[in-house]
Design a protein around this ligand. Structure first.
Ligand code: MF3
Ligand code: CO
Ligand code: CO
Length: 270
């Protein structure tokens, strides 16, 4: 049985209870999420053939310094970068490096900023130059999958409704959903309860209540769903080396739906 706890009364660690946040939490997440989105917006024109993923990370760090926020991934469990940059068949947690992106690549940039203790977590895909039709389609499907998940976020629905809707859509598009990584509670902690699986059955999981704040961040592969983590301990890749994509929003459950804290005009499917 899942328990709920008022975020003000919760200890500063993951206790297995689902925190419920009030208006201050939503205001804090709006500010932190807005900065993560603004940083990702700035990258839209910068990510062109020739840029290295380290240069992308440098920008994410400079943006943090400019806005007096802290990248949550810096020194998180031994991770040493301000962002994750996942190229082509890298599913997630790609480590920025001095390697140039080339025409036709796809790259996910995942940024989490901490502002006054609030964690704004978002990621999106970038097309490097001109990408192939299959890659373009994968990105469209993955963004749509996130939107379909977000549309399930309202009181009374469950976390399983989110996952089931995403899985049904993605598999209907003949793509696959990664199982090893999931969305998560977010707010005063980076990774909190509940887990948000991007697959599953309607009605399963935790019932959504106003005040819950979490991420939805589906990873979608063109090929099979299976992943492996490379020997650096972070980089997750598709086992069949097929292309993988991911989009992520931080959202809060309201009385009649949800608020997307990391919304951007660039992150709307058309
Ligand atoms: N931002 C990622 C997420 O969406 C987590 C990255 S943890 C890191 O949850 F250590 F790999 F950076
Ligand atoms: Co996340
Ligand atoms: Co993230």
């Amino acid at each position: 049985m899942i328990e709920f706890i008022d975020a003000d009364a919760a200890p500063a660690r993951n206790t297995g209870q689902v925190r419920l946040y009030g208006p201050e939490g939503f205001a804090g997440m709006r500010a932190a999420g807005g900065l993560a989105a603004a940083c990702l917006d700035e990258l839209e024109d910068m990510i062109v053939p020739g840029i290295t993923t380290q240069e992308i990370d440098d920008h994410v760090l400079q943006f943090a310094e400019r806005h007096n926020v802290v990248p949550a991934t810096l020194f998180y469990r031994g991770y040493r970068k301000a962002s994750c940059t996942s190229v082509n068949h890298v599913v997630c947690h790609g480590i920025p490096a001095h390697k140039a992106l080339k025409d036709g690549d796809i790259v996910n940039v995942d940024v989490t900023y901490i502002l006054d203790g609030w964690h704004g977590d978002s990621s999106r895909m970038y097309r490097v130059g001109e990408v192939r039709r299959a890659a373009d389609r994968l990105l469209n499907v993955t963004l749509k999958a996130l939107e379909i998940g977000v549309a399930q976020v309202k009181p009374g629905n469950t976390t399983g409704d989110i996952g089931a809707a995403i899985q049904t859509y993605v598999e209907g598009e003949r793509c696959s959903v990664v199982r090893e990584f999931c969305g998560h509670g977010v707010g005063l902690l980076f990774h909190d309860m509940p887990n948000i699986l991007h697959y599953g059955r309607p009605g399963d999981g935790v019932r959504l209540q106003p005040g819950m704040i979490f991420t939805i961040e589906p990873m979608v592969n063109i090929g099979r769903p299976h992943v492996k983590v490379l020997s650096d301990g972070w980089t997750a890749v598709t086992r069949d080396r097929s292309l993988s994509a991911q989009y992520e929003h931080s959202v809060g459950v309201t009385e009649d739906g949800c608020e997307i804290f990391t919304a951007s005009p660039y992150m709307v499917s058309r």
